[in-house]
Design a protein around this ligand. Structure first.
Ligand code: GLU
Length: 445
């Protein structure tokens, strides 16, 4: 790493002790930024990096609620409003027991660059709670969401901060959150949240957008090598919203997705995952992948273990951070891997990324490859602002244009900085320069 940036990195790490995921995200970005600072000494003079690593505002709050037996429960809620140089803070809410400040900050930090790469006017933020929705009734989830919003409402707004979903927060949760915001504020402010239901201000394609976008980005990478998804053998991790829609799109483009996973195990379905059945099991019944395997019949369900033991030519990690390590990466490379598109945020460890890069595997980092979700959130905001709703075809065409544009920007930036094909470098520099220019223009903020 560039010596000037090392000193800044050390200060950032020391100021944020114990936040390992945030450290990882910061270090990865800093490793790309040396050459930018050679060209732009003004960024160093204006302490852009020091400012970027310090969130504009961090909110931590108590979320009290009662479970169905009447017992009082307490969770911790977060919203980190990281950077508003390009637009209102934008980013999802994650409800998962692993959530703590370090995870919210890593996600918020990544979101700044991701959102900049989309070309849409959105800043970066992220939030959530250490609440585990699994096994909770609808009524419990509603009471939790209402309590969460009873604090959060004072910090958000269509021109201030626009949350959306992430792990554990889907259409059901956004509905309860929006209802409570509307009730407290007495405002039908559609643009305050994205991922809304289609009959009350949501956008077509938003549910599919992250998974579709990951596949569209990966298809663009494959085309630089004269190939495509057609005929590829694909492994996807996860079986939530991002994974299901990535599977659907990859198969629509002619690939066979032979495996996917959940936190208990994985399924190997050599004929190609049955997407309609997977949607039914996961989205309607909120059941486990084991139930998919039982209902599908004739497929292997592996309890525990790693889905990355299954050979593939394309890997789409769509579960969660640090789910694919250096060992798994080496195994995949030996099995004939040609491309990786990150549907989740930072699913590959830094070791895994270097294994892929050294082996010449096409590697699309999440902040570029999974930007389709937040980009379509920005399209939802556009529709809300103009009180309009677009067709599926029009919205999907916009998403495709945006993903092709992000791929082009990353590829062109990597080339400009002398490392053609390095999408990590292209995404980090491309996102950073846009935000840094805006911060310079806006003075010391
Ligand atoms: N949580 C998604 C992400 O990681 C989407 C955020 C949004 O739509 O605001 O980008």
């Amino acid at each position: 790493m560039d010596a000037r940036l090392e000193a800044i990195r050390d200060t950032v790490l020391a100021r944020n002790p114990g936040e390992v995921e945030f450290h990882q995200a910061v270090v990865e970005v800093f490793e790309s930024l040396g050459p930018v600072h050679d060209r732009h000494p003004e960024f160093l003079e204006a302490a852009i990096l020091e400012r970027l690593c310090e969130p504009e505002r961090q909110i931590i709050f108590r979320v009290p609620w009662t479970d169905d037996s009447g017992r009082v429960r307490i969770n911790r809620g977060f919203r980190v409003e990281f950077n508003s140089a390009l637009g209102p803070y934008k980013g999802g809410l994650r409800f998962h027991p692993s959530v703590y400040l370090g995870i919210v900050k890593f996600l918020g930090f990544e979101q700044i660059f991701k959102n900049a790469l989309t070309g849409m006017p959105i800043g970066g933020g992220k939030g959530g709670a250490d609440f585990d929705p699994r096994g909770r009734s609808d009524a419990e989830v509603m009471r939790f969401c209402q309590s969460f919003m009873t604090e959060l409402y004072r910090h958000i707004g269509e021109y201030t901060d626009v949350p959306a979903g992430d792990i554990g927060v889907g259409g059901r949760e956004i509905g309860y959150l929006f209802g409570q915001y509307k009730r407290i504020t007495n405002r039908y402010e559609s643009g305050v949240l994205t991922g809304k239901g289609i009959s009350w201000g949501g956008s077509l394609v938003r549910p599919e957008a992250t998974g579709f976008g990951t596949v569209i980005f990966t298809e663009q990478m494959l085309r630089t090598r004269g190939t495509s998804f057609d005929g590829q053998r694909v492994v996807v991790s996860g079986s939530g919203n991002v994974a299901i829609n990535a599977i659907a799109k990859a198969q629509a483009l002619g690939a066979t997705v032979v495996a996917c996973s959940d936190s208990s195990g994985y399924v190997v379905d050599e004929a190609g995952i049955d997407v309609a059945l997977l949607r039914e099991v996961k989205e309607v019944q909120r059941a486990r992948l084991k139930d998919y395997a039982e209902r599908r019949g004739g497929v292997a369900y592996v309890d525990g273990g790693s889905v990355w033991d299954v050979d593939a030519s394309v890997a789409l990690p769509c579960a969660t951070q640090n789910e694919l390590d250096g060992g798994a990466a080496a195994r995949l490379v030996r099995g004939g891997l040609v491309a990786v598109g990150e549907g989740a945020n930072m699913p590959c460890t830094r070791d895994a990324v270097s294994v892929f890069q050294q082996a010449g595997v096409l590697f699309g980092p999440g902040k570029a490859a999974n930007a389709g979700g937040v980009a379509t959130s920005a399209l939802e905001m556009q529709q809300n602002a103009s009180r309009d709703s677009w067709t599926f075809e029009h919205t999907e065409a916009r998403l495709t244009d945006i993903m092709v544009g992000i791929h082009h920007r990353c590829a062109a930036t990597a080339e400009e900085y002398g490392e053609p094909g390095n999408y990590v470098l292209g995404a980090n520099i491309g996102g950073f320069v846009k935000v840094a220019d805006a911060m310079l223009a806006q003075g010391l903020i």
